[in-house]
Design a protein around this ligand. Structure first.
Ligand SMILES: NC(=O)c1ccc[n+]([C@@H]2O[C@H](COP(=O)([O-])OP(=O)(O)OC[C@H]3O[C@@H](n4cnc5c(N)ncnc54)[C@H](OP(=O)(O)O)[C@@H]3O)[C@@H](O)[C@H]2O)c1
Length: 271
């Protein structure tokens, strides 16, 4: 028996990366898991790997309000309630405001639609069930939710918005027994950089980082699961992530210089 045995957990975006690792690790802990993604081949691959009866994978796009309602309804119909909602689905972007022109506007809107509004829709539909179960709402944020990152302005905006919104909600529902928290992975090996939108709104199709050097998705998922079990307020992951958040809070001008140095070479955005 574990703390998650027979608990029902919704993980949005559970067909790849950190979400997929969350799904598989939660199933191992005995949870019932309901998850979603948009690509049918990834849905089928996950279904083939996961044990039958404990998982439900549906094709849903979190930026579509009705899809989020359907996701929550599925969880309640299949397992009778919801104990934990992990708002994990997210996309990134890479493009400078000065280069993007008008074209960058729909890119930023798309990132906001998925990363912020997607989490807001799912949480809104799940909230009555989470009040009943005195459950947990989790936002998968980022270091970019504490420190604006160049070339990822829309991504940073979406994560700042997510954290601010969750902090408000936390204070609203605290006396109902619902725990609201967010977790901030540092760079973690996944598909996120490969599918990050460029300034034309297309997947950039490469990662500017060496993915082998990054935290692996399963380790990240286990840190998130442990934080949920302990009902932590927030978690910031990786040494680099913790250092960035600390420096930005206490030495913001130094953080400006270090962040610029990390992402730019000879005036060009290289990461
Ligand atoms: N990896 C990192 O370095 C890192 C660092 C900090 C924070 N994060 C955060 O961690 C979360 C997971 O990212 P990841 O790195 O695991 O990315 P990933 O490998 O690209 O996986 C993203 C997952 O979300 C799904 N997804 C994307 N858009 C969706 C939508 N509109 N509706 C439903 N599902 C959607 C994807 O499936 P489909 O594309 O098939 O829909 C996929 O299953 C994100 O919120 C991200 O911001 C990641």
């Amino acid at each position: 028996m574990t703390q998650f045995t027979n608990k029902t957990v919704i993980v949005t975006g559970g067909t790849d990366g950190i979400g997929r690792a969350l799904v598989l690790n939660l199933l191992e802990l005995g949870a019932n898991v309901v998850t979603c993604g948009r690509s049918q081949h990834k849905i089928l691959a996950l279904e083939a790997e996961a044990p039958m009866g404990k998982i439900c994978v549906i094709n849903a796009d979190v930026s579509v309000e009705k899809d989020c309602e359907r996701l929550v309804d599925h969880a309640v119909k299949m397992f009778g309630g919801i104990d934990v909602l992990i708002n994990n689905a997210g996309i990134s972007m890479r493009g400078l405001m000065e280069d993007g022109g008008k074209g960058i506007i729909p890119v930023i809107k798309k990132v906001m639609d998925i990363n912020f509004y997607g989490a807001m829709y799912c949480t809104t539909f799940a909230l009555p069930h989470l009040i009943k179960s005195k459950g947990v709402v989790v936002g998968v944020s980022s270091i970019a939710g504490y420190r604006g990152l160049p070339g990822r302005s829309g991504y940073s905006a979406s994560k700042f918005a997510l954290q601010g919104w969750l902090e408000s909600l936390k204070t609203e529902v605290v006396e109902k027994g619902v725990h609201v928290m967010w977790v901030s992975p540092g760079f973690t090996a996944s598909n996120i950089r490969n599918v990050a939108l460029n300034k034309q709104g297309e997947a950039q199709g490469e990662s500017p980082l060496n993915e082998n050097d990054l935290m692996d998705a399963s380790t990240c998922a286990n840190i998130i699961i442990d934080a949920i079990a302990k009902r932590k307020r927030t978690v910031v992951m990786t040494f680099q992530g913790k250092q960035t958040v600390f420096l930005n809070k206490f030495f913001p001008s130094l953080a400006d210089k270090l962040v610029r140095k990390f992402f730019f070479k000879h005036g060009e955005l290289v990461k």
